[in-house]
Design a protein around this ligand. Structure first.
Ligand SMILES: C[S@@+](CC[C@H](N)C(=O)[O-])C[C@H]1O[C@@H](n2cnc3c(N)ncnc32)[C@H](O)[C@@H]1O
Length: 272
């Protein structure tokens, strides 16, 4: 049962959050009041939020594609813009009705949000998710139990079973893609509370993504698709890397979500 806000009144919480710079103080107060089980827990949660911990880390969940995704402190909070990556992947998976239980791989899965949303949208999938951070792997395991997803800890493709080679229908990666120099410009919630490994993509932001793209043809099935999230500025460079790897590149973007996705499709077999 939610804690009664009487000892720490709703308006006092709103004021505290607003003074701490929370733009949506009313909404946040409502969520914190609903989540806390005791007045002491509520006071503690308000303190955490007022000192800058991201709301999702205080609540221990984030909303993504209409799902409630568990997130622990120091695990990347899934962003609304990544819902575009999901919708593009769902569209491509549905185009290929011959695959009743598509094989989906989510590299750099973080909390597992992207894979969970794909499984929820597509129905039965064979889902494999990978992250290098133990906290993220723990979270992803919790979030992917219902979908029967396998979660591996390690560097990109390295922990995946070799039997997946040439079988992956949808390969998604929302990898770190912030250029190192730009990390200092991020809001404190990301800069302070999300570890560099979740954000830092090297000098131009594409270091991890280039490795994802380079090895993708080895894992994709014929006609399978790689989808990676990038910034708008990075997209042409990522698309060049996709073409160099032998995949057919395409760039998709959503103005509404300020999101860019680079798609690479492995050509289907040619009839001789
Ligand atoms: C930007 S976050 C995205 C998380 C998740 N895909 C999402 O959209 O919420 C990037 C994730 O990549 C993971 N990561 C970074 N380098 C990695 C690597 N070499 N292999 C596997 N995971 C990696 C980080 O731990 C982090 O969880």
């Amino acid at each position: 049962m939610p804690a009664s806000p009487s000892s720490c009144s709703r308006s006092a919480i709103v004021t505290r959050l607003r003074d701490a710079g929370c733009v949506f103080a009313e909404d946040e107060a409502r969520l914190l009041i609903a989540a806390a089980r005791t007045p002491a827990e509520l006071a503690d949660m308000v303190d955490q939020r007022a000192t800058g911990l991201p709301l999702e880390h205080v609540l221990r969940w984030a909303e993504f594609c209409g799902l409630r995704i568990a997130v622990e402190p120091r695990v990347f909070v899934p962003r609304r813009r990544s819902e575009f990556l999901v919708s593009e992947a769902v569209g491509l998976a549905r185009e290929d009705a011959q695959r009743p239980r598509p094989v989906v791989v989510d590299l750099c899965c973080g909390s597992g949000a992207v894979g969970a949303a794909l499984a929820a949208a597509l129905g039965p999938v064979e889902l494999h998710s990978v992250d290098i951070e133990p906290a993220a792997v723990r979270c992803a395991r919790r979030n992917l139990v219902a979908a029967g997803g396998q979660v591996y800890e390690g560097d990109l493709y390295q922990p995946l079973p070799p039997t997946l080679r040439g079988r992956v229908d949808i390969l998604v990666a929302n990898a770190p893609y912030v250029p190192t120099q730009a990390i200092g410009l991020l809001p404190a919630e990301a800069r302070v509370h999300e570890p560099p490994v979740t954000l830092d993509g090297g000098a131009d932001g594409l270091d991890v993504l280039r490795r994802v793209i380079e090895a993708a043809p080895l894992w994709l099935a014929l006609g399978g698709h790689l989808l990676v999230e990038t910034s708008e500025r990075q997209a042409p460079h990522a698309a060049e890397a996709v073409a160099r790897s032998g995949l057919i590149p395409r760039v998709a973007s959503s103005e509404e979500l300020s999101a860019t996705v680079v798609v690479g499709t492995r050509p289907a077999a040619v009839d001789r």
